[in-house]
Design a protein around this ligand. Structure first.
Ligand code: SF4
Length: 386
């Protein structure tokens, strides 16, 4: 890989691992008076936040970089790490650069987290976005558009800038470009997995949580051009699809471990909200309406959104077949109910399709992966020498 791309990925790693959110602080210094809004996974309308003059900042917890001192006292024991470490970040000042926080009802834990934040941070703008639960209802798009209008009015109060259709169209275009670039990188990895490590692609993508989308687009374009030109030697590896990491993110070392144990990752659902739409959002005359319709009709499947029009268990099998995957690896966060509920159905469908799979459970705060390494290596060997 050219040194320029290596440096870029190293810069992404620094940004992602910086709990102080130095990149967000720098942006605020360079844009006096401008504010930043943090959004919890999985899906948030970044376009709307951006068009209102804010920097949308993706929240993904604190990984293994923060000891829990206060957050444990606000939750029961059986709660995933991302919920606890996100609250710990708030209680220990790491979320101070953010002027507001946005949550949605992806699961009971995330829903509760929103209201724990409201209770503990009465001085901060904390909002809860109600996403429609029934995509086949004709009322859903209108409901979501009304919810976006409500959110826009709150952001207007906070930032003093009215949401203008032209600004929203420009933001939609910028995020369409972002998704297209990520899509190109994902497609490149799927066809030539030896040309880009998944851990590098992950860092490139996740750094976008803290960068203005225009800057992120520029970085992704540079990386794409470099990676496409790269000459690398293929190695003997098992081709897999990763499922189950749509919200809490596996530790970076675990992603590296999976690759080093002999897996080519053809697709994954890391940071899924950044790639929510499967095609461009058509901004048109009614950009807010288009954003709402796209949530329902131009979107990826997810364990935190029930859509009976498209059975996600069948979609996973289709994806694995389309990409020519040898197996599916489930990387599921401990105590993530939506992922575990779905796993039962995914497992049944994969077994019927005779596609092997392995389930690994992770926590943000994991220091050694010896047991997981043995499991992946054994799985890879069983596939290679079957
Ligand atoms: S990791 Fe799972 S349980 Fe935890 S907040 Fe995300 S979706 Fe909910």
């Amino acid at each position: 890989m050219p040194a320029a791309t290596e440096n870029l990925i190293e810069r992404c790693r620094e940004i992602v691992e910086d709990l102080q959110m130095g990149e967000v602080r720098r942006w605020k210094e360079q844009n006096p008076g401008a504010a930043a809004i943090g959004y919890f996974p999985v899906y948030a309308p970044m376009e709307l936040i951006h068009a209102s003059g804010f920097l949308p900042v993706g929240l993904n917890g604190a990984g293994d970089r923060l000891d829990l001192q206060y957050a444990d006292a606000r939750f029961g024991s059986f709660i995933c790490s991302i919920v606890k470490t996100t609250l710990e970040m708030g209680l220990t000042g790491y979320l101070d650069p953010l002027d507001g926080l946005l949550f949605s009802g992806i699961c009971d834990s995330a829903r509760n987290l929103a209201f724990v934040f409201q209770r503990n941070f009465p001085q901060k703008y904390v909002d809860f976005l109600h996403l429609p639960q029934n995509p086949s209802s004709s009322a859903s798009a209108g409901f979501l558009k009304a919810e976006y209008l409500r959110l826009a009015a709150q952001l207007e109060k906070l930032g003093g800038r009215k949401l203008a259709d032209d600004a929203l169209r420009a933001s939609i275009a910028a995020y369409n470009e972002n998704r297209a670039l990520l899509g190109d990188l994902y497609a490149l990895r799927a066809s030539n997995p030896h040309q880009v490590r998944t851990s590098d692609l992950y860092l490139l993508q996740r750094a976008g949580n803290f960068l203005p989308v225009e800057t992120h687009n520029e970085w992704l374009s540079r990386a794409l051009a470099d990676i496409a030109d790269r000459q690398a030697k293929p190695r003997d590896s098992v081709r897999i699809v990763i499922e189950g990491s749509f919200c809490e993110q596996p530790p970076l070392d675990l992603i590296r471990l999976v690759e080093d144990a002999g897996c080519y990752v053809l697709d994954d659902d890391f940071l899924l909200g950044r790639r929510w739409f499967t095609e461009d959002v058509p901004a048109g005359d009614d950009p807010l309406g288009a954003l709402a319709e796209s949530y329902l009709d131009r979107s990826v499947y997810s364990s935190v959104r029930h859509d009976f029009r498209h059975r996600r268990h069948k979609l996973l099998v289709e994806k694995a077949r389309r990409l020519g995957a040898d197996a599916v690896l489930f990387l599921i966060a401990k105590f993530c109910e939506p992922a575990y509920f779905d796993y039962v159905l995914f497992k049944r469908e994969l077994e019927a399709a005779q596609i092997p799979h392995l389930l690994l459970e992770f926590e943000e705060k994991a220091f050694t992966f010896d047991r997981l390494r043995i499991e992946v290596e054994t799985f890879v060997e069983s596939l290679l020498f079957d």
